[in-house]
Design a protein around this ligand. Structure first.
Ligand code: NCD
Length: 361
């Protein structure tokens, strides 16, 4: 089943010479994501397919018979969750997604409990996981580490798929997919994602969810992004170059309030001060980038408020009661999107389509 894995056919040195766009085809198997490593590997049809599959899966899961069908779908597979950075939602939703599909899971969340403490390299640890498991879901503080592991495993006798559950301050592709799914569902009766205006607010320099989501939004027509942050925390020029190349409109500003009435969605983020060298962002006053109950009056009635969570003070909990607050739905959507992605990774998505077709007949 691991035939046709293009990462086998390229050396690590040659791979590293490739641009992000050139790398993407190396992660595909039969046109489906084998490894999921960064958002740039997903084009519009793939994003839409994953959304469709997520909706079908959640519909199927509503009945006992449907749940039995899902639990049989990947019953012969086991997944390893290797999270060497803190996580609540990403970890639990991946774990729940595996359970929905009948996969057994195991986890290493603290390198201090593994042989890494005895000096074993990350590479050898991961190679060990692949001996016992059929899927590796990993979060790691180092940019590009998941790619390295995907290449390494592809060139081993156990070339299991790798899903990046967050890599440094760089990428969080599955969060971007669930964010797209949330946008798509929210604007289902309002023209979909095309033509929407979306403000990203907070720490855009180190917010990997924003970087990944911006990369996906460029595939949609007439979308405009507003990057709202203090200069020190503004979005990276690499992401702006990506949007420029796609002809996507954007504005970069430090002034939050005037943006609120103009947008269809506001994507709030936390200040990622775990990356601070010398507490520099802790010393910044970022309170102008908080969304308060008063701001609800500025927000258009149809617009939505998103957040990848965890939040601190950037959204007042009193905002949660407003029907435009969508962040708790994002949490739930994440489970279904990850279920869909895993089913697709193992090329079982057509079985979901068939079951769903029978269900709605
Ligand atoms: C985010 C992350 O880990 O990148 N959380 C998540 O996965 N939903 C955002 C954050 O940590 O602020």
């Amino acid at each position: 089943m691991y035939r046709d894995n293009p990462l086998k056919r390229i050396s690590w040195a040659d791979y590293q010479q490739l641009s992000v766009d050139e790398r993407a085809p190396y992660f595909l198997r039969k046109g489906k994501p084998n490894h999921t490593l960064f958002a740039q590997q997903f084009d519009r049809p793939l994003v839409e397919r994953i959304c469709e599959l997520a909706t079908r899966t959640r519909r199927i899961a509503k009945t006992r018979g449907g749940m039995r069908f899902l639990q049989d779908l990947l019953a012969e597979k086991r997944a390893m969750l290797y999270f060497s950075q803190p996580s609540t939602r990403t970890f639990l939703s991946f774990s729940a997604a595996c359970q929905i599909l009948g996969m057994q899971t195991n986890e290493v969340r603290d390198a201090a409990t593994s042989s890494e403490i005895k000096g074993e390299s990350h590479e050898d640890s991961v190679r060990t996981f692949s001996s016992y498991f059929d899927l590796l879901i990993m979060r790691h503080p180092t940019k590009g580490f998941a790619e390295r592991i995907a290449w390494l495993l592809s060139n081993s006798e156990r070339p299991v798929p790798v899903l990046n559950a967050g890599s440094g301050a760089d990428q969080h592709p599955t969060q971007a997919l669930l964010d797209m799914y949330t946008l798509q569902r929210s604007f289902e009766k309002n023209g979909g994602i095309d033509g929407k205006r979306i403000a990203f607010v907070g720490d855009l320099a180190r917010g990997r969810t924003v970087r990944s989501l911006a990369a996906l939004l460029r595939h949609f027509d007439g979308v405009k992004a507003y990057f709202v942050a203090p200069d020190e925390l503004q979005i990276g020029t690499d992401i702006l170059a990506l949007l420029d190349a796609a002809g996507m409109a954007y504005e970069v500003t430090g002034d939050f309030r005037p943006v609120i009435p103009q947008v269809d969605a506001i994507y709030m983020t936390r200040i990622q001060d775990e990356w601070d060298q010398a507490q520099e962002s802790r010393l910044l006053d970022t309170s102008a980038y908080h969304f308060t109950v008063d701001d609800l009056g500025l927000l258009p009635p149809h617009a939505i408020i998103m957040h990848p969570l965890p939040r601190r003070a950037e959204i007042d909990p009193a905002v949660d009661r407003d029907p435009r607050a969508m962040y708790w739905r994002q949490v739930r959507n994440g489970m279904w999107v990850r279920t869909a992605l895993i089913a697709m990774t193992f090329d079982r998505d057509n079985e979901i389509d068939r079951y769903h077709a029978d269900l709605i007949r």
